[in-house]
Design a protein around this ligand. Structure first.
Ligand code: IPM
Ligand code: MN
Length: 379
C-alpha cells in the first residue's frame, strides 16, 4: 500500500481538540491495514505566532509543499486581536492557500437525516439536502492589490481592497464546477453581481462561454449573489453545485453550513491543479467552522466536520472512495443512534464530548468494516 504523507496543522482554539479525533481515526486505519499514513505536525496561526512571531514558518511552508495533503484545524481568537495585520493568525491559512495555489474550495452542505430538526429552517426545507458550494479561493478581494489604508491628512483615512479576476482564474474554477456537477445532478448555478461589478460581468461571460464550448450537457443557471443568498434559505434543494468568487463563496458557505444543523458539521477541501506529470494535486482539508475560542479547551467541540474533512482527503487526494464512504456512513449512523455534541443536541438525544464522539465514529467504522468482511466471506 502506498504511504501517504500528511501534514497536520491543528492551529488554535478547538483546532487541536478536533484534530486529536482525526489522529485517532488515522491510527485506527493504520492499525487495521486500511491505510499507510505518515503524519507530521506543525504549528499554525496564533499558536505559531506565540512561539515564532509569525502565523506560519518557512519550515512549515516547506513541509506543506512536500506533503501529499495538509489537514488543517482552525486558527484565530481574541488573544491575537492586537497582533500586527500581516502576522495575524488568519495570515497563516491565507498564505497556505495562496502559495500552494489551492484555487478550488469544495464545501459540501449535506443535511444528515438525524439532524433535520437541528436546522433553524423547517424540516421539509433541509431534509435530504446535498449541495456543494464551490468557492474560488486564491483570487478576488482576498488577495487583490492595492489593499491598503492611507491617511488623507484631514482626519480622514481611505481604505481600499481590490476585487480582481483574470479569465484563466474564472475558467479553471468553472471547469471544476462543471466536472463536479457531471458526477452529481448535473446542474451548476453561477453567482456574481454583474449588475454592479466588472468582475461580475467577466465572471458571467467566462462561465457562459466555457459552458457553451465544453459543458453544454450540464444545466447552467446564473443568479445574482444577493438573490442567491435569499434562495439558499428559501428553497436550497433547487441547487446542486453553486460556484462563487472568494468573498461571496465565503459568505454563502457559512449560510449553507447552518442549513445543515450546525457549522460543526461542514468539511471542506481546497485543491490545486492536477500536475500533468505526477497526476497529483496539492490539497488542504479543513472544517468550515473556526477556532470557536468560546468553547475551546472544554472537550465539547463537535469533531464531525474535522473527521469528514479527513474523509474528503481520502476521496480527493488518495482515491480511497470506499473508505471515504464508510467514514461518512459511520458518521450518519452515530448521529442516527442519537449521539450529539452540544451544538447539535435536541430532545431525547445523548450529549457527548469531543473524544466520545470521535470514539463512537471509529467504533461504528470498525463495526461497518467487520460487517462488510463477513458479508464477503459468506459470498
Ligand atoms: C473560511 C474562513 C477564512 C476565510 C478566514 C479564517 C480567513 O472564514 O475559511 O471560511 O475568510 O476564508
Ligand atoms: Mn468563512
Amino acid at each position: 500500500m502506498a504511504t501517504h504523507k500528511l501534514l497536520l496543522l491543528p492551529g488554535d482554539g478547538i483546532g487541536p481538540e478536533v484534530m486529536a479525533e482525526v489522529k485517532r481515526l488515522i491510527a485506527w486505519m493504520n492499525a487495521h491495514g486500511l491505510g499507510a499514513f505518515d503524519i507530521e505536525e506543525s504549528l499554525v496561526g496564533g499558536s505559531c505566532y506565540d512561539k515564532h512571531g509569525v502565523a506560519i514558518t518557512e519550515e512549515t511552508m516547506g513541509k506543506a509543499e512536500r506533503a501529499d495533503a495538509v489537514i488543517f484545524g482552525a486558527v484565530g481568537g481574541p488573544k491575537w486581536d492586537g497582533v500586527p495585520y500581516d502576522v495575524r493568525p488568519e495570515a497563516g491559512l491565507l498564505r497556505l492557500r495562496k502559495d500552494l495555489q489551492l484555487f478550488a474550495n469544495i464545501r459540501p452542505a449535506v443535511c444528515y437525516p438525524a439532524l433535520a430538526d437541528s436546522s433553524s429552517l423547517k424540516r421539509e426545507v433541509v431534509e435530504g439536502l446535498d449541495i456543494i458550494i464551490l468557492r474560488e479561493l486564491t483570487g478576488g478581494v482576498y488577495f487583490g492589490e492595492p489593499k491598503i489604508i492611507t491617511d488623507l491628512g484631514n482626519n480622514q483615512k481611505r481604505a481600499v481592497d481590490t476585487q480582481v479576476y483574470d479569465t484563466y482564474e474564472i475558467e479553471r474554477i468553472g471547469r471544476v464546477a462543471f466536472e463536479l456537477a457531471r458526477k452529481r445532478r448535473n446542474k451548476v448555478t453561477s453567482t456574481e453581481k454583474r449588475n454592479v461589478m466588472k468582475t461580475g460581468v467577466l465572471w458571467h461571460e467566462v462561465i457562459a462561454a466555457l459552458h457553451k464550448r465544453e459543458y453544454s450537457d450540464v444545466q447552467l443557471e446564473h443568479q445574482l449573489a444577493d438573490a442567491l443568498g435569499m434562495q439558499l434559505v428559501r428553497w436550497p434543494k433547487q441547487f446542486d453545485v453553486i460556484v462563487a468568487d472568494n468573498l461571496f463563496g465565503d459568505m454563502l458557505s457559512d449560510v449553507a453550513a447552518t442549513l445543515t444543523g450546525s457549522l460543526g458539521m461542514l468539511p471542506s477541501a481546497s485543491l490545486g491543479e492536477v500536475d500533468p506529470k505526477t497526476r497529483k494535486r496539492k490539497a488542504l482539508y479543513e472544517p468550515v467552522h473556526g477556532s470557536a475560542p468560546d468553547i475551546a479547551g472544554r472537550g465539547i467541540a463537535n469533531p464531525i466536520a474535522m473527521l469528514a474533512s479527513f474523509a474528503m482527503a481520502l476521496r480527493y487526494s488518495f482515491n480511497r472512495l470506499k473508505e471515504a464512504d464508510l467514514i461518512d456512513e459511520a458518521i450518519a449512523n452515530v448521529l442516527a443512534k442519537g449521539y450529539r455534541t452540544a451544538d447539535i443536541k435536541s430532545d431525547g438525544t445523548q450529549v457527548v464530548g469531543t473524544a466520545e464522539m470521535g470514539e463512537a465514529v471509529v467504533q461504528e467504522l470498525e463495526r461497518l468494516v467487520e460487517q462488510s468482511s463477513q458479508a464477503r466471506q459468506q459470498r
